[in-house]
Design a protein around this ligand. Sequence first.
Ligand code: PGA
Length: 266
Amino acid sequence: MRRFLVAGNWKMHGSLEMTAELISGISRSVLEMASLSEQRELAYDILVCPPAVYLQHAVSAAQSQPVAIGAQNVNAHDSGAYTGEIALPMLAELGCDYVLLGHSERRELFLETDVQIADKFAACVAEPQRITPVLCVGETLDERKQGATEQVVGRQLDAVLNQVGIQQMKNAVIAYEPVWAIGTGETASPEQAQEVHAFIRARLAEHDAEIAASMRILYGGSVKADNAELLFAQPDIDGGLIGGAALKVESFVGICRAAQKLASQA
Ligand code: PGA
């Protein structure tokens, strides 16, 4: 059984104060919600990814709380002359559990290539695995209109698969984020999202059916409290990567509520 993961990508938002308040507010609300649920415990996982400068503060705030902390980016090298960059051992030392890789904003605005993203992924999963990568993939509106969604998502996935091999993807998370749905208020319909999630899982299954079946594939792109349940109810959607709605306790917890509810029905 795959456990839902509800992940918040704060992007370049926040402050010291907000980091502590958001993490403690989310923790308090989700624990209360879980205690009132049928399972009486949190039936899904929660991740928040604040800007790098707040990671240490976030890790402290999340101590003994049901919230994992992740970074939004990392360099593929362990150390060296890479001004302005942050290395994996640094994130691991801080206590980060996850890192987002290949978010469409990194690909589009910072020109990250499939190869660079695969290098970062390889660094994350090198033995002993230090941090769980959340590999983001997704097509632009033009690519979708041209019918190239599977070609683009397949290429982004294969770049990593070909470099690290399926066994090394065992502990990763994938996030399907159609670029046209990010920050636009326009969400992929549950059917549109499910179609691509099923495609991703099938692509992985060509290499290893067991790993494909256990892979958590998140949907991202204008997920809100009022559309999360329908999206998460799809058979191949295992949670969400949330941008805008991750910046307020109520909206993020509203999305968590959908995960708790669906997990209790499973
Ligand atoms: P959004 O962002 O929820 O604001 O659309 C999602 C993301 O970029 O991960």
